[in-house]
Design a protein around this ligand. Structure first.
Ligand SMILES: CC(C)(COP(=O)(O)OP(=O)(O)OC[C@H]1O[C@@H](n2cnc3c(N)ncnc32)[C@H](O)[C@@H]1OP(=O)(O)O)[C@@H](O)C(=O)NCCC(=O)NCCS
Length: 188
């Protein structure tokens, strides 16, 4: 649900998830959440030097502030009470490698592990899908690690289909990613 209720509503009901546009004062928390979710998902064999370098350089307040200041980008956060539990990043200016006319890349969709399976990912995804459709009439596209079965299952459940593959390079290692394209959202 995209909540437009006053922020106080989340304080009244601690189980209510509010989805809202990220503010500049979220830029300190988003990279911490991103680091936690990324490590939980991908650092399954411990912390290598490459992983430490990547997370320290990639998940910084400055990077998220730059995204917020990018006219083509959108960030939404999922919040319960005063706590961030997930976020999504959409960029409307990145052509899909398998279908160049589709420019709406869902660059990040992260839910903290304690809150997976509670509908938070679907809420964030539907806001991003609706935004891409309203702005450009296109579905989302994204890349996901080919071994990330949980996320692939989630996206398939949400109507995404595989279009091809690409590589994510971390240090001297290449990781196969699937390119997925979503559906056009139904009217709400
Ligand atoms: C992938 C992720 C965003 C999903 O978010 P979530 O909040 O756990 O998902 P939801 O609870 O909203 O699930 C929505 C639906 O997808 C289904 N679903 C979720 N995971 C699934 C899976 N592995 N296989 C099949 N269906 C799945 C749910 O059952 C639910 O179905 P419903 O619509 O019938 O109720 C979340 O698990 C996550 O952040 N994972 C770690 C980071 C990551 O891998 N991000 C994606 C990188 S591209």
């Amino acid at each position: 649900m995209l909540s437009t209720s006053p922020q106080t509503a989340a304080w009244l009901d601690p189980m209510q998830t509010d989805i809202r546009n990220a503010r500049h004062d979220d830029a300190a928390r988003i990279p911490v959440l991103a680091t936690q979710v990324w490590l939980h998902t991908y650092a399954t064999e411990g912390i290598s030097a490459g992983i430490a370098d990547y997370t320290r350089s990639e998940f910084t307040p400055d990077k998220y502030l730059a995204i917020q200041n990018d006219a083509l980008a959108h960030i939404w956060v999922a919040e319960r009470g005063a706590h961030l539990i997930g976020f999504a990043v959409l960029n409307m200016g990145v052509p899909c490698p398998t279908r160049a006319s589709t420019l709406a890349e869902l660059q990040t969709l992260y839910v903290q592990a304690h809150f997976v399976g509670q509908g938070v990912g679907r809420q964030l995804l539907s806001v991003a899908e609706k935004t891409a459709f309203d702005l450009a009439g296109v579905p989302l596209w994204l890349t996901v690690n080919a071994h990330n079965a949980q996320a692939i299952g989630f996206y398939m459940r949400q109507g995404f289909t595989k279009q091809g593959t690409t590589d994510f390079v971390l240090g001297d290692q290449r990781h196969e990613n699937l390119v997925l394209i979503g559906r056009i959202p139904t009217c709400t």
